[in-house]
Design a protein around this ligand. Structure first.
Ligand code: 13P
Ligand code: SF4
Length: 317
């Protein structure tokens, strides 16, 4: 603990000296979230990167997030403290696979979730995050077919809430969220009947069942909320409820509890842990600031195309 305090102080000192900003995703370990200037969901982090005026960004998240920051801030240095912090969902589609999919549907509009590589974004018309996927899909003219990628659960959710029929969804999934099954949802309801609200991230494998359940089971409509991670934080503060079941990566429990010390939050699945997000430690953040490692720089030709898709999303947000 003493060591942790010393590392934290050293990070804060270096951050000041080097005029850096630390951005951290809501799934990061608590001590990393605590040294960050900004914590948030994928949308909030993209917006924070776009708006910052400092030259050095230390991105505590996964690789595609640092790439997004590099695309939005081509003149800044973007650091990812561990290059092995990847994403199983982003790995489910390559730019070549997307080019082939587009060739089979040449008139379609491509909407890519932010959890994709920069090369995939460069092949896309729009980017979206879990916070604005439905809004982005609604912005596409109704007569245009949509290729939505790469998350099948988010894609099915968006098709349902928008009523869109001409949407094809890539069969990708995040291993952490896809592992949150309807049986876990049923078990959590049985164990915590007193939980007034249930938060579900739309990447979860139980999303479709939960939506059906919310529509059909008496009293469930107001209990189930399908939200991005920052959407969960906002709802937890606005809601009068005192106990919540939370279905997403368990890192979210820290900011939820910190923001609501008098409320209770239980994970829908206790071992829903993303090993990629957890690769970033306080020690690696310090090393990153000291040695200016590891730089994530998207080549300008790819960044120029990818930026258009991301800006289209940010303009709608
Ligand atoms: P959000 O924080 O945007 O909801 O995303 C969740 C996620 O899985 C990021 O990798
Ligand atoms: Fe990717 Fe899933 Fe980890 Fe998010 S939780 S970074 S989607 S592997």
């Amino acid at each position: 603990m003493e060591n942790q305090t010393a590392i934290t102080q050293e990070i804060l000192r270096l951050k000041r000296d080097r005029k850096a900003v630390i951005l951290a995703h809501n799934y990061q370990v608590p001590e990393v979230q605590d040294v960050a200037d900004f914590t948030g969901d994928s949308l909030g982090l993209s917006q924070a990167a776009a708006e910052t005026d400092v030259d050095l960004i230390v991105f505590c998240g996964v690789h595609f997030m640092a790439e997004t920051a590099s695309i939005l801030c081509p003149d800044k240095t973007v650091l990812l403290p561990d290059l092995e912090a990847g994403c199983s969902l982003a790995a489910t589609i390559t730019a070549d696979e997307l080019r082939q999919w587009k060739a089979a549907h040449p008139a379609a509009v491509v909407v890519s979730y932010v959890n994709t590589t920069a090369e995939v974004k460069a092949e896309s018309d729009y980017c979206c995050t879990s916070a604005n996927a439905a809004k982005v899909v609604q912005a596409v003219p109704p007569d245009r077919e949509i290729l939505f990628l790469p998350d099948l659960y988010l894609g099915d959710y968006v098709a349902r809430v928008t009523g869109r029929k001409n949407i094809r969804v890539w069969p990708g999934e995040c291993h952490v969220h896809a592992g949150i099954r309807p049986s876990h949802f049923e078990e959590a309801l049985r164990l915590h009947p007193d939980a007034e609200e249930i938060f579900i991230h739309p990447e979860c494998g139980c999303t479709t069942n939960c939506m059906t359940f919310a529509q059909e089971a008496p009293g469930m409509q107001d209990r189930i909320h399908i939200l991005s991670t920052s959407g969960m934080i906002r709802r937890s503060k606005a809601s009068p409820a005192l106990k919540f079941i939370v279905a997403t990566e368990t890192g979210i429990l820290y900011p939820l509890q910190k923001g609501n010390p008098d409320k209770a939050f239980v994970p829908l699945k206790e071992d829903a842990v993303c090993e990629y997000m957890k690769r970033i430690t306080l020690e690696k953040v310090l090393w990153s600031l000291k040695e200016t490692v590891f730089q994530v720089k998207v080549p300008e030709d790819i960044a120029t195309s990818a930026r258009i898709a991301i800006h289209r999303m940010l303009e709608l947000a």
